[in-house]
Every structure is written in C-alpha cells, then in structure tokens.
Design a protein around this ligand. Structure first.
Ligand code: SAH
Length: 267
C-alpha cells in the first residue's frame, strides 16, 4: 500500500534552525565548488590556503582551501580530480559526498554552492548572468510512480535572503540539476516542469544534504552557456568558462561581504 501523498510543506523542508541560531552572527561558511577553475578566483580573493593535512578520509581527492576573511571562517571545498580519469569530479555523487563530509567536519552555519550553469534564454538568462537559486530540483530522476515521482524531483528551497537580494544586483531563479552536461528531450521536459532558468550538475545534490543536516544553503550560479541557443553546449561552456568564473568570483565575494557581521535572520 502506498503512503498518502505529502503536502508541499512536507516536500520542501523548511530549515528548523532555532531562533537563537538565526540571530547569532554567522561565523563559519563552507563553499562547495565542483571545478578548480571555478574555485581559484575565490581562493585568491579570500586569500585562502590549501590544507596540508586533509580533514577527509585518506585516499579521497577532496581539497579544502581555508582562511579567515572579514571575520568569517571560510572553507572552499573542491571534490578534486577523479583518480581514474584526472578530470574534475563534477556531478551529484561527488557533490553530495563532499557536502556531507564538510558539514560533519566543519559544522558550518551556512553552505554556499557556487558554480557555473547553463541558462535558458527563453527565461531571460544571458551568458555571464549570476543567479541566486530560489529552489533546486532534479531533472533526471524519473520515477513514474505516485509520490516516488516527487521524491525523484527532490525539490528543496534555498535559504531565504530577501535583504541580500535587495542589496546585490543578482538575478533570482529556479535551478535544475542532472548528471549530464547535455540535454535530452526528457530532461528538457522535466526542466520546464521544474520551471528552471538555470541548469547545473550539483545544486540539488548539495541541497539534499544541507536539508538533511539542517544547514541553510545559498546557491550562486553563473551562466557559461545558453542551453536553448544555437551553439553546442560543451564548446560554449569551454569558451566562456574563464571569463564567467571571474563574474562568479565577484558575485560570491559580494555575497560573502554582505554576510560578514550578519546573522541568518538578517540576510
Ligand atoms: N567539459 C567540461 C566538463 C565540466 S561539466 C570540462 O571540460 O571541464 C560542467 C560543469 O559546469 C558542472 O560542474 C556543471 O554544474 C556546470 N555546468 C555549466 N553549464 C552546464 C550545463 N549547460 N548543463 C549542466 N551543467 C553545467
């Protein structure tokens, strides 16, 4: 027998951090970034140093850069290079593992998932735009059985940041996540159903773990390629990657500057 369908409040968990936590100044931030090219401008901007002794299990390629910036204890976590192929460990599996391990080790007040994404021009996205994701969901977990379909979509909400959004010149939109850079028609239909303006390979996986462990999360995504445009995604992605990571670095620095000295309730 299948369980009764949940209502929306059960599906999108609200962070139940106590009001004491909400009012205390934020002190520790973990920033999850999938690619080294995306991470380095921020490592530079926050003047972070790479850990010599890893916090993480022996043999994992996971890298932490850390330091203090404007009174905040900041760690950037990059899942590192895949041991077999030597490329960045992009995608949901690595992202959820490092998010879990980093939260366990560092007990952050806030997680930021920063990275690049494909954007939909039909929804107003342009290359170089930086979005804060209001919601994250998956588009490649199709389980056509009642309620399991909702589990597959895995909708989660980003931390509410009305003041930050008022202050900073960033766009807001929904993010859809899947484990492929390309987009097959099935994915496109799910992305449309998710009402997403940007598409990546990590956001909803990070959102699953932060929701599980009740840590608020902010998703910052910079558009490297237009998914519904005429250029091949991988070509456009690689051409724009370094310029867009500079824009991403600038936006994340602005977000962190805004957070400095504030509590979650003030964001
Ligand atoms: N071909 C690239 C592989 C990177 S995968 C390389 O040679 O390095 C793409 C990364 O950028 C992922 O971390 C993903 O989150 C993000 N991304 C950028 N554009 C995307 C798109 N259109 N669809 C999905 N992910 C995208």
């Amino acid at each position: 027998m299948s369980p009764p369908p949940p209502n929306e409040d059960d599906v999108i968990n609200h962070h139940d951090s106590s009001s004491v936590d909400q009012k205390r100044p934020i002190s520790t931030i973990v920033i999850i970034i999938a690619m080294q090219t995306e991470a380095l401008p921020l490592v530079d901007s926050f003047q972070l140093t790479e850990d010599v002794n890893s916090l993480f299990p022996k043999g994992t390629p996971w890298v932490r850069y850390h330091g203090t910036y404007k009174g905040l204890n900041i760690s950037i976590i990059w899942p590192g290079k895949d041991a077999v192929t030597g490329v960045d460990s992009v995608g949901t599996v690595s992202a959820s593992l490092v998010t879990y391990a980093a939260i366990q080790a560092l007990q952050p007040d806030l997680v930021i998932n920063a990275g690049t994404a494909g954007g939909f021009k039909a929804k107003g996205a342009c290359t170089g735009d930086v979005y804060i994701a209001s919601e994250v969901a998956f588009h490649d977990r199709r389980i056509p059985i009642p309620v399991f379909d909702l589990y597959g979509v895995g909708l989660r909400r980003g931390c509410s940041t009305p003041n930050l959004l008022k202050e900073l010149d960033l766009k807001v939109g929904k993010l859809s996540t899947g484990d492929s850079l390309d987009m097959i028609p099935h994915d496109e239909a799910s992305i449309l159903a998710n009402d997403a303006v940007v598409k990546d390979m990590e956001g909803a996986a990070v959102g699953y773990v932060t929701d599980l462990l009740k840590v608020p999360a902010i998703f910052v995504k910079a558009v490297t390629d237009i998914v519904d445009g005429d250029k091949p995604t991988s070509e456009e992605f690689l051409n724009n990657l370094s310029a867009v990571t500079v824009a991403l670095g600038k936006a994340v620095t602005q977000v962190v500057d805004y957070i400095s000295g504030k509590s979650l309730a003030e964001l």
